[in-house]
Write a protein that binds this ligand. Structure first.
Ligand SMILES: [Zn+2]
Length: 405
């Protein structure tokens, strides 16, 4: 159904502007008009659904750049992901995509599912069988035998095996390739200080993926892995934690010249920075004070590195309706402006996905993926938690806090 929306304010992240006293017209799945209220003529829109709000702000739907929809987000998430049957994983994933959509996430990139369970769930969303965001799937992550996330099912050690896995995933419908370039925290017995693959392997993987029209995101905690992936020109560095060698005096090994290379090459970074904040919020004691990490992230931001908004949802304490904490932590802990944090969560993430011609901004001709929140998040970032109305592809999925599908 076509709609007309009346709100106090519209945030357009692309033009970094807050527009007041305008109405927005949606026809089918598109924004077709944004005009000043005084030009409104009701006779022209007699058959359209009218959405009238008060003390509210309209902005693009959120883009969650890093989910694992089949993982439980509970304390025993690791064991769940090993022991659950594929049927249970699919049921978990079905619940996860609904939770994400109704919190305002209209596009979600999944960065690693076990046994490719992402693909039937994507099909179910696209066929309108279940509610969920537009999913951008990567399928199972590529890792080494016994490496980080090996239980997700895509162990590939040699260059030939990695290339074979990329071809297999492309054939399954993957739009991104996720490579686990270093050890990780989620999988015991892997080493967060060391790479899992050589630079040559990552280089060839990027070349092969690009040939097939796929982009590459690499999980990197260790600085050695960040250097290899930067030199290999991956499209997106994940975590980018700058963890130094084992037993060195400093845990972190931030290298400004590599950071400059990341900025100059336009490699996007998904810092997954809300994870420690959420763990603390939910009563967990952290292994180390996160303030040094926030400081490094701020330095990266200041030299122009483009951040995207990934949660790592599914991991312990990162729930699928938690998206608004990402921009909140960017403002509170990195000290960037509310408007900048909203840009990261919308247009910059859309740019990383190569979808910025369709989503992530508010202008005529763009897809009507929209959220309306109570308050004004350009001034108070926490207002992003107050999503009361959501459109996905022009379809009303939530109206005044009531689910419509
Ligand atoms: Zn992850």
């Amino acid at each position: 159904m076509n709609s007309v929306i009346f709100v106090d304010k519209i945030i357009d992240p692309k033009n970094e502007s807050v527009i007041k006293n305008h109405f927005v017209v949606i026809e089918k799945d598109e924004i077709v008009k944004i005009s000043p209220n005084e030009s409104y003529n009701d006779a022209q829109y007699s058959s359209y659904k009218k959405i009238k709000t008060s003390n509210s702000t309209l902005l693009p739907g959120f883009i969650e750049m890093h989910s694992h929809i089949h993982v439980s987000s509970q304390e025993n998430a690791y064991y769940d992901s090993i022991n659950d049957s594929d049927e249970t994983l699919i049921i978990r994933g079905t619940k996860a995509v609904g939770d994400a959509l109704f919190s305002g996430v209209t596009t979600m990139r999944d960065l690693g599912s076990k046994n490719n369970v992402i693909f039937p769930i994507k099909k179910a969303i696209d066929s309108h069988i279940i509610p969920g965001p537009n999913l951008v799937p990567s399928g199972s992550p590529i890792t080494t035998t016994g490496g980080h996330c090996n239980m997700f099912g895509m162990e590939s050690d040699t260059i030939e095996e990695v290339v074979q896995s990329i071809k297999y995933l492309a054939n399954c419908g993957a739009q991104w390739i996720k490579i686990i370039a270093t050890g990780g925290n989620f999988t015991p017995s892997t080493n967060i200080h060391e790479p899992q693959y050589s630079q040559e392997t990552i280089e060839i993987a990027v070349e092969e993926a690009h040939k097939l029209g796929l982009k590459v995101a690499t999980h990197c905690h260790a600085t050695k892995g960040i250097i290899a992936c930067t030199n290999a020109h991956v499209d997106n560095l994940i975590h980018c934690s700058w963890i130094g060698p084992e037993n060195s005096d400093d845990f972190y090994d931030y290298q400004p010249e590599i950071a400059n290379q990341i900025a100059n090459d336009g490699i996007f970074v998904d810092p997954t920075l809300a994870l420690s904040y959420l763990s603390q919020l939910r009563g967990k004691t952290l292994k180390r004070d996160p303030s040094k990490r926030y400081e490094i992230l701020r330095q990266m931001w200041d030299i122009g590195i483009k951040f995207v908004s990934g949660m790592d949802s599914g991991m312990v304490n990162a729930h699928f309706d938690d998206f608004a904490y990402i921009p909140e932590v960017m403002v509170k802990k990195m000290g960037i402006s509310c408007l900048d944090a909203i840009k990261v969560s919308t247009i910059t993430s859309a740019e990383c996905l190569g979808l910025d011609d369709k989503i992530g901004s508010i202008s005529e001709g763009k897809k009507a993926d929209l959220v309306i929140v109570k308050g004004d998040p350009s001034k108070t970032i926490e207002d992003l938690h107050n999503v009361h109305t959501i459109f996905k592809s022009g379809k009303l999925v939530k109206l005044n806090n009531e689910k419509m599908i």
